[in-house]
Ligand binder design. Structure first.
Ligand SMILES: [Zn+2]
Length: 432
């Protein structure tokens, strides 16, 4: 028989409560066997001693920029970056040019992904036409053609009545709406966290209330009209609201991103535009609260908010620079090194946050290594350490504040549908 036999690795699969040294056999693109001492004639055998075998990582918040801004990223380069970063599935936000606000765009993204995608590329449809927050898109139709969630990310839906209708409409199809929580009138052209530091640097600040007022509003709207997933939470005050709402049973889930867990506004330091994001990096108390919220379950998911930009988009005055960082190729080793190796989280919890929970919340048939599941697998090297080198990124976006960081926990193998798509030795394996 053909297939892949992964031997001697430690299988970490929280969907089955598994953390054990086991062999795993992949056949016909599926997990065929999972037990001790498998032998399979004809299968390619890989010795994964000192490696972790996890259900493939899923990133529900990625900007692939295609169509319209291919100089920043394409579906091809973004999905290569995903494979190299250990992600087997990525969901791409709708704020392309034109935005993914109708069926033809969803079909187009899927067609390009079929031809050039290295990993599973899952389109997210826009909630409103042109992301303008006025008229609702054809959510049901877009879902029928493969949209896995709905979001105007990049833009908040300012009009609460429109958001209500979006939720009611999406609810009819059991689809989840992802909300970018920002009150633009409070952001008011700001470019970093509003604080003593922003005053010192002479940069216009973005107050925490820009996020929290919308988190509070979204919680109230969710309680009354349907489920909301809150994107990229950055502040302690937002977490306090989410924690309280969850206790009362509000249909709310939320995510944060690696940069909010590892950096503070201090990273802006010498006007470093690679530390400019939306929402902005906050203060140490916020960072610590985010870590605590990962531990107590207030935060459900870690997503990268991969936001690739060209050098020119970032090599300008701080105020004029674009928001966001290129995140796909650093997320796993950053989190493994700074959260798992430091003992803040177990590897099991990290896999839950990056694979099991995204699959559960967005009803994806993924996030597990159960027999018969699609063989989407991330193998993590627990021994190798190396430095982040942005010049080696597959992503077109070299905009990272983590260049030069020494990290462990890199992807050792990314398997999508039973096919090896990436190993450090061979790089990303192109589709033939
Ligand atoms: Zn956003």
């Amino acid at each position: 028989m053909s297939g892949l036999l992964l031997k001697n690795g430690t299988v970490v699969d929280p969907s089955q409560g598994l953390h054990k040294k086991l062999d795993l056999l992949v056949a016909d693109g599926k997990v065929a066997e999972l037990k001790e001492n498998i032998s399979a004639d004809g299968a390619e055998v890989y010795d994964l001693q000192d490696k972790i075998i996890a259900p493939g990582l899923i990133d529900m918040h990625v900007h692939l920029r295609e169509p319209g801004q291919e100089e920043k990223e394409t579906i091809k380069t973004g999905s290569k970056a995903a494979a190299a970063g250990g992600f087997t599935s990525i969901a791409c936000m709708a704020n392309t040019d034109p935005p993914a606000d109708d069926v033809s765009l969803i079909k187009h993204i899927q067609e390009v992904a079929r031809r050039h995608g290295i990993v599973n590329v899952l389109p997210i449809g826009a909630c409103t036409i042109g992301l303008r927050g006025e008229f609702i898109t054809q959510i049901g139709e877009m879902q029928r053609f493969g949209a896995v969630a709905f979001s105007d990310d990049g833009q908040p839906i300012a009009n609460a009545q429109v958001l209500r209708k979006v939720l009611e409409y999406a609810g009819m199809f059991n689809s989840v709406v992802i909300s970018h929580c920002e009150d633009k009138t409070l952001t008011n052209g700001g470019s970093m966290n509003e604080s003593a530091l922003s005053t010192k640097l002479g940069l216009p600040g973005i107050p925490i209330a820009s996020e929290t007022t919308m988190v509070a509003r979204d919680i109230e709207i969710a309680k009354n009209f349907g489920r909301i997933h809150l994107a990229h939470i950055s502040a302690k005050a937002s977490l306090d609201l989410v924690r309280q709402a969850k206790k009362l049973g509000a249909p709310i889930t939320c995510e944060t991103a690696p940069h909010y867990l590892l950096l503070t506004e201090e990273a802006v330091g010498a006007y470093s535009t690679n530390a400019k994001m939306s929402p902005p990096l906050r203060q140490e108390a916020d960072r610590l609260a985010l870590l605590a919220a990962l531990q107590d379950g207030t935060i459900d998911i870690i997503a990268t908010d991969h936001a690739p930009h060209t050098l020119d988009d970032k090599r300008v005055e701080f105020n004029l620079a674009s928001f966001g960082i290129s995140g796909l190729e650093t997320a796993l080793p950053l989190l493994y090194t700074h959260l798992v190796q430091t003992g803040l989280l177990t590897i099991d919890r990290l896999v839950e946050l990056m694979s099991v929970n995204p699959a559960k919340i967005f009803a994806l048939d993924k996030g597990t290594l159960k027999i018969g599941a699609a063989a989407d697998i991330t193998v993590i090297d627990t021994q190798l350490t190396k430095k982040v080198d942005k010049t080696k990124f597959y992503s077109k976006g070299k905009n990272t504040p983590f260049d030069g960081w020494e990290l462990g926990g890199w992807a050792a193998m990314t398997i999508v549908g039973g096919q090896i798509k990436y190993t450090p030795e061979k790089g990303v394996w192109l589709k033939t």
